[in-house]
Design a protein around this ligand. Structure first.
Ligand code: HXC
Length: 496
């Protein structure tokens, strides 16, 4: 048996978990896996390890195909010494990463490990260091995906964190730097492993994981789907799906924006209407949901959508939304995926919490990544685009190739109510009926500034379009920019 024995495999199955090889079979196109380094053995002699046989040294490595394209893979085998990572286990992972980088293909890591192999001491730590080094060097050059399918503790968590996507399996995987027992001993805090670092925690509170899956099968299907939007390496175009122009139907968007500017709506309705049907794959849907980031396709081409969500915090930008969007933009730019920015943003979130936690430095990331991104950048202003947040959502000044605005767009320094109170403060105070005067001034301001036409008159908006034309305009723009020149500067995919 290639795994760690019938007893350990039985225990793994009893927990509802698959073995490393079973997982690889589920991930790859049938019959395409080639295993390398199957006979590698550890060299540890300490603590009675000299005679200990650990099949494949606890990690199965090799390559195969996903959707017909080559992918390199490693899967830690919990049935063999708890999938713990020693010198040779790490060397196998490093070899696969080096092969992937040379071949220009993605790496998928299936993590299920008790962490550093205790008996191998500093050799195990060095193994992690060598993996982190490769994760960082490969960042932005080849896609890297981590699926957490068991424990992932201590410094080991930093390898997944350095990759482009982290997918967790609900109720089966945990990630934390220090576990519950150490926390209890050092701080007195009592917390379960699941509360501390389970899939729910990392997809809602910490933002460490991009997706949570209900089962291993679902997690691996997500990997296959993610890869379908990405090129095998930076500098290649992402795969394009067949699409027929004659199948285009007019999208119904003219009534999506409520009559009242303050009323929310679900920006998913806009996203669904402009993307090819069924092509939307949202990342981090439950984390910082005031901004939506998703992959999708328009006319068969991959795009990355960044959209303010009026349903959550009015769509304002806070620290977490800035970080979430900035990292996604960086990823899309690294892998040549055009950006579609849907703007309805009242501003950066006000408050001392945000200021003291550094909204200035986090918000700056958004300005930076949009400015340096060289992929096609298409911006559609749906409604509010106020102040700094207007600029930060890829305005013309940050290098947007096209800025479209719906007639409902309000591009201004601030909302009409706030602006009128400042600009017309004296007139309102002196009026016989201050409330009526204030209302009149708000209307005057709205009519003049809270429209797309002032911005369009300066060329900051290229076209004012009907909402129902949006998809067709984006399709045209993507075709026009297909050969947009890029300096091809390599940039990794880590938060700044
Ligand atoms: C060596 C290990 C091991 C490890 C598990 N095993 N973890 N061997 N080093 N880190 C072995 C066990 O001894 C056991 O061997 C087999 O794997 C299965 O483990 P069990 O304990 O029986 O499994 P289970 O009851 O499911 O418990 C799983 C577990 C537990 C919660 C993960 O094994 C555990 O607490 N392991 C140690 C976790 C840990 O502290 N790791 C170090 C983290 S610090 P036998 O022979 O009995 O079958 C770290 C630093 C990295 O990783 C720093 C990087 C910079």
């Amino acid at each position: 048996m290639a795994c760690g024995g019938a007893k350990a495999v039985g225990k793994q199955h009893d927990l509802g978990k698959q073995t490393a090889r079973e997982r690889i079979e589920m991930l790859l196109d049938p019959g395409t896996f080639t295993e390398v380094d199957r006979f590698v053995q550890h060299r540890c002699a300490a603590f009675g390890m000299a005679d200990k046989d650990i099949p494949a040294d606890g990690v199965v490595t090799g390559y195969g195909r996903v959707g017909g394209r080559t992918v390199f893979v490693y899967a830690q085998d919990f049935t063999a010494q708890g999938g713990s990572l020693g010198e040779m286990h790490a060397a196998k992972i490093c070899k696969i990463m080096d092969m992937a980088l040379r071949a220009g293909c993605p790496v998928v890591g299936l993590c299920d490990s008790g962490g550093a192999r205790i008996q191998e001491a500093v050799d195990a730590l060095s193994g992690y260091g060598r993996i982190f080094y490769r994760n960082a060097r490969a960042s932005g050059r080849i896609p890297q995906i981590s699926v957490i399918m068991g424990p992932c503790a201590g410094g080991a968590v930093y390898s997944p964190a350095l990759t482009d996507f982290v997918i967790m399996v609900e109720k089966e995987s945990q990630m934390f730097i220090t576990g519950p027992s150490v926390i209890a001993a050092t701080t007195g805090e009592e917390i379960t492993a699941e509360e501390l670092g389970g899939a729910e925690t990392h997809t809602t509170v910490s933002g460490v994981a991009h997706l949570a899956a209900g089962s291993e099968q679902e997690a691996l299907e997500s990997v296959r789907r993610l890869l379908s939007y990405l090129p095998s390496k930076a500098g290649e175009l992402p795969p394009t799906l067949p699409w027929r122009k004659q199948d285009e139907t007019r999208v119904q968007l003219d009534t999506v924006i409520p009559d009242q500017s303050a009323y929310p709506y679900d920006v998913h309705d806009v996203i669904d209407a402009i993307l090819d049907p069924g092509s939307c794959m949202e990342l981090q849907p439950w984390y910082a949901d005031n901004i939506v980031v998703c992959f999708g396709r328009i006319g068969g081409r991959s795009v990355g959508v960044i959209a303010n969500q009026p349903f959550s915090m009015g769509g304002s930008l806070d620290i977490n939304a800035s970080d979430k969007a900035a990292r996604f933009i960086q990823l899309c730019d690294a892998f040549g995926i055009p950006l579609v920015n849907l703007v309805d943003v009242p501003g950066f979130l006000p408050g001392s919490d945000q200021e003291h936690a550094g909204i200035i430095r986090h918000g700056a990331k958004l300005l930076y990544v949009y400015s340096v991104a060289e992929v096609p950048k298409l911006t559609v202003v749906l409604r509010k685009a106020y102040g700094g947040s207007y600029l930060a959502m890829c305005s013309k000044d940050l290098g947007a190739d096209f800025v479209f605005a719906w007639p409902t767009a309000e591009i201004a320094v601030m909302g009409a109510a706030g602006a009128a109170s400042v600009v017309f403060r004296k007139e309102i105070a002196a009026a016989e009926d201050p409330a009526a005067e204030r209302k009149a001034k708000i209307e005057q301001y709205s009519g003049q500034f809270a429209t797309p036409y002032m911005a369009a008159s300066r060329g900051f908006v290229d076209l004012v379009i009907k909402p129902s034309e949006t998809r067709a305009r984006l399709l045209d723009a993507l075709e026009l920019l297909e050969c947009k020149e890029r300096r091809g500067q390599l940039r990794g995919n880590m938060p700044l």
